[in-house]
Each structure stands twice: as C-alpha cells, then as structure tokens.
Design a protein around this ligand. Sequence first.
Ligand SMILES: Nc1nc2c(ncn2[C@@H]2O[C@H](COP(=O)(O)OP(=O)(O)OP(=O)(O)O)[C@@H](O)[C@H]2O)c(=O)[nH]1
Ligand SMILES: [K+]
Ligand SMILES: [Mg+2]
Length: 364
Amino acid sequence: MGILEKISEIEKEIARTQKNKATEYHLGLLKAKLAKYRSTLLEPAKKGGEKGEGFDVLKSGDARVALIGFPSVGKSTMLSTLTKTQSEAAAYEFTTLTCIPGVIEYKGANIQLLDLPGIIEGAAQGKGRGRQVIAVARTADLILMMCDATKGDLQKGLLEKELESVGIRLNRRKPNIYFKIKKGGGIAFNSTLTLTKVDEKLVQMILHEYKIFNAEVLFRDDCTADELIDVISGNRVYLPCLYVYNKIDQISMEEVDRIARQPFSVVVSCNMELNLDYMLEKMWEYLSLIRVYTKKPGQPPDFDDCLILRRGCSVEHVCHTIHRTLAAVFKYAIVWGTSTKYSPQRVGISHIMNDEDVIQVIKK
Ligand SMILES: Nc1nc2c(ncn2[C@@H]2O[C@H](COP(=O)(O)OP(=O)(O)OP(=O)(O)O)[C@@H](O)[C@H]2O)c(=O)[nH]1
Ligand SMILES: [K+]
Ligand SMILES: [Mg+2]
C-alpha cells in the first residue's frame, strides 16, 4: 500500500469511528499514525520527480506574503494591481504556473507579495502544483487566502483542510506544551491545570506510537491530542491568515456585509479596485510590522526613512537594525511616542517599542 492509500484508509477509519469516551484512545492513536504518514509527504521530492522550478524565489524586503487560492479567484489580478509587476490574468484556470514575486510599498516598508498557481482539493498530495505552492506558503509571514465571493464558503474550508494536512496552522498559537525527549527515566507527565481533553494514558499511547519512551511532557494549557501531536511532530508552522473575498462587484450588498463580518476576513474587488486600501491596512496589522524613526542629536527626526520592525521588538532590536555593533556601545536611548509614559523618556536596552516611536541612541 502506498502512503496516500494508507492516509486515506486512516482518514476513513477516523470518519467512521464514533467519538466518545470508549474510542478516545483508539482515535488518538489513529491521529498520531495519520500525522506520521502525512509528514512523510512533506519530505522533498525525489530526484527526477516533481521539481520546484520557478518556485525558489529569494526572500526580500521586510516581509513575505503568499497568495493562496483556487484557480481563477483573481490572485494574479491582485498582484498586477498592487505592485509594479504584471502577472498574466485570464478567465481560464491555471493561468499562473510558477511563483511570481512583486513588491508592495506600504508605510515605508517593502512587502514581497507572491502570486502562485491556483491550488485545488488534493493539492497537499501533489495534485497540480500543490506541493510546490504549499512549500512556498510555509516560508511566508502571512497567507492571503483568496476566495471567490460568488462561490460561497466552500473554498475556504477546502483550502484550510489542505494546509492543515501539511502542518500549516492558521491564526493559531503554538500549543503551550513543554516537551523534551530524554535518554532514560520513562515518561514524566505533568500539567499546571486540570486537563479535560487528554489524560496520562492517552499521552503515553501517542508518545509510544512515535516510539518515544523517555520524555518530559508538561501541559501548560488544556490542549488536545492533536495539539500534542503537533508539538511532537515539531515541523508545524503557525501563520497569520487573512481571508480575502474577491469579486464583490458580482454579489449583493447583503452578501458583502455578511462575509465582511466573518472573523479574519476582508472583502475586495481587484478589478474595480474596491476596498484594497482597507485590505492593505489589515495586511500590515496581521504582519505585526511597526515603524521606528531615528533622530540624531540636535536634529529633527528623520521622517523620510523609517526602520521596519516587528511588534514587540526592543531597543536592542532597533540597535541591531541600525548597525550590528551599536548595541555593544549602547548607553541609553531617548524615546518619543506611545511606548513611553512621558515623551521624551530615557529608556534602557530592553524597552519595548511601539509603532511610530522616535528614538535617539546615546553611546557610551
Ligand atoms: N468580476 C470580477 N472579476 C475579477 C476580479 N478580479 C479578477 N477577476 C477575473 O477573474 C479571472 C481570473 O483572474 P486571475 O487573476 O487570472 O485569477 P488567478 O487566481 O490568478 O487564476 P490562476 O492563475 O489560474 O490560478 C479573470 O478573468 C479576471 O479578470 C474582480 O474583482 N471582479
Ligand atoms: K485564471
Ligand atoms: Mg494567476
């Protein structure tokens, strides 16, 4: 039996197994098996097989955004509208066959936008260019999942399932489970709170399925068996995702309103250039980017040129961005903006910066 058949067998068995207390362990075990087989699909393709030609685009700029969606939802139209790059758009499916990079200039940042071939159900198992597209998606900082607003909610669910099956977790946090393989001592299992979704026996069974007999496992949240499997597998990526519903020029106002209210969703029309500004604003927010302006002593801040950093970054990150040796000679900094109680305020190297703060670094 091939891997794909094994996967499909297990999926079928999971589907027909009723979920209750008596089947809990059996299901947990099946899920662990499924995760193991699926991870073999992530391994690079063998020589002579499918190659990633045209897909290994170099990362550039401050962040990378990947356009993922079914064929003909308007991905290429979006790239051509938002960047200086033109990507062929047409009414037939699979117009785009490789990865086409463009640059969005927004709030002083250069954001790399990647147009990709459409993906379909079964993409994760190699249908179309599915595996190459998914490999690129894993390298992105944000997924723009584009759906055709005229086609209802089906596309979203199918795409999520494809990405989910190859270990891409959208809009979710990493499970708060401490996990460490040991040389001996058996399985040390603990939790910091009462667990309602797994118990020690299930955890042991799942670990044994992975042939792990010595490990320390500490649940710091009421996590599920699936989340434990994610942690053990270790090759999961956690990405923010914005669902972009295109072609709203084709649907009723009521329908537009309904879709726009869904979580993580924006509605646009690339052809008519409707609501793209709002989408860019959301994209910026989901990327967690911030702008920091620098100021030299006795001079006004340099508002023409900002540093692009991630939310939560410290003065130390700012120093490294300015020059790699600056942190070593750092004495203190003066910051104007919303991150301080007073403006200006003297801060240390671990101070956390906010969007649009101004900073002056004082050297030793
Ligand atoms: N009505 C309408 N049509 C659109 C809109 N955006 C794109 N289209 C049309 O949708 C069709 C497909 O657009 P593409 O940009 O080629 O779609 P794609 O997702 O890149 O397609 P593939 O590369 O084949 O996966 C074209 O005929 C576009 O003109 C829109 O906002 N409204
Ligand atoms: K198309
Ligand atoms: Mg295209």
